[in-house]
Design a protein around this ligand. Sequence first.
Ligand code: DGL
Length: 277
Amino acid sequence: MDNRPIGFLDSGVGGLTVVRELMRQLPYEEIVYIGDSARAPYGPRPAEQIREYTWELVQFLLTQNVKMIVFACNTATAVAWEEVKEKLDIPVLGVILPGSSAAIKSTRSGKIGIIGTPMTIKSDIYRQKIVSLAPQMTVLSLSCPKFAPLVESNEMASSVAKKVVYETLASLVGKVDTLVLGCTHYPLLRPIIQNVMGPEVKLIDSGAECVRDVSVLLNYFQINHSRIPNQSIPVFYTTASTQSFREIAMNWLNTDIDVRHVDLQAQDEGVGLENDG
Ligand code: DGL
């Protein structure tokens, strides 16, 4: 048993899609989350910068006494997960391997689409993982640079979002029977994506798949929460406005949460935490 929280990191609000699934599958676990919305999106940034920012998020979570870290961000997983998991002595999970396995299980035609941020697609990591597990698969990858910013600005239901998703995905329609949402922001656009791709296309939520692995690892290392009904409210830190984060999070999670601002640079100097009350 281990009653310390599980730490989640993302470039912004996308990791909430993983947290919602964790709350559903593992309601006893305590959560601490850091979203770097002040510097989102990560996807168009150079790898070295994403790596540096990801390490700052990891260091922050370590100050929160976490028992495990979930990279609730495909872009950070593509760039820094291997390195971080080697260096830490707590389990560190990424979203890419679980998403790849789920896509292989789901496809009937052997034609899988991957959508993600510019960095995730450029890294080619999904295609490599999928064909290393199942060489007969055909993988079509597509970068969707406009999707995460739409979600960060809470415009998921707007007519602009519909137009952008429709135009961006046009080249994939009719070509795949399974589509991996290879960015944790994308499940927030799911109804529009499903509508554009058609009802027969199976959408894989990489974050939700990853929570199954969280559960396996908690059991393996025997670090489950002790199942005293969890009274604690999950704590979410954001590097940007608490108001905007709270709005998106409350809508998505449908529960009471504690949102706090953190300045990661000031944190290094020993100040920087602030509650939004
Ligand atoms: N949510 C992130 C991902 O899963 C990153 C989006 C971004 O900041 O570009 O890739």
